[in-house]
Design a protein around this ligand. Sequence first.
Ligand SMILES: N=CN[C@@H](CCC(=O)O)C(=O)O
Ligand SMILES: [Mn+2]
Ligand SMILES: [Mn+2]
Length: 315
Amino acid sequence: MLSLADMRLWKGRTDPEDGELGKRWHERVQPLGIDSPPGVAVLGFSSDEGVRRNKGRVGAADGPRILRLAMAPLPKVFEMPVYDAGNVRVLDRDLESAQSQLGVSVADLLSNGHFPLVLGGGHEIAFGTYQGIARWMRENHREKSLGIVNFDAHLDIRVPAPDGSSGTPFYQIAEHAELGGRAFNYLCIGAAATANTPALMQRAAEMKVEVIEDREITPWALEAAKARVQAFIDRVDMVYLTIDLDVFPASVMPAVSAPAGRGLPFELFEVLLGIVMESGKVCAADMAEFNPYFDIEDHSARTVARIAYEITKQF
Ligand SMILES: N=CN[C@@H](CCC(=O)O)C(=O)O
Ligand SMILES: [Mn+2]
Ligand SMILES: [Mn+2]
């Protein structure tokens, strides 16, 4: 289920005449070792089993490979080392075991001081990443609280029927948190009225999910949205950041299972992401739903690489 890093993916142009300041990720990425000093650890979750179960367009299992190729030429501006921690794969449609393995891998990375940057895969990735964070917090930060910030056109609080999918992760997380006696603090940014039925919106209210709808995020109302994100971050000690790429307009992000009709403009997303990252509370991040089969000349892959740059630039 867990495969080693394929270092052949980390390739691209080099500019040796520019010295150290000309270095790119592909010149710096190392395979993760047992005693690697703390750094950014790229981990793939090669799954679209959750998307398949959720009646979506499969292909996201190939996301981690294509996204590494897209991230390879990024300027390496942050100080920490950067590692490739390999991939977790789904075998025989056994999504639950893969999510559990992802949890073990994420917990391991966190325990060794790394920042897990997990590349999906469908949004079923979230139930795996969360299991890892929860395990690590249980062992190391028992008294601290966790907030989940999800940029997504969808609430993803469907009830498993009976199995989990890409549409159920935050319902499963809420159940997991309740069983462990932990609070469920969930902020969904970018949910669209056209992509969530009233049944889901009603469930969100019952589960006390904080929702900032896509239509509330405009240049003229940005201060209000920023204040709501800041208030959520202020209430928690640590943050799990998850980005479902279908939050962006279909024109920017066609390479997803369910492209958005309106979507959150990238420029406004960047401002809100900045608030989340500048808090210094984000312990792990993942990006979900990238499906390379629907990309157009790598436009979406380049956008995902840009987000990876924004997340890591301060490290
Ligand atoms: N990850 C979530 N996916 C959406 C899919 C919507 C669709 O296929 O149209 C959801 O379950 O709501
Ligand atoms: Mn979504
Ligand atoms: Mn989602």
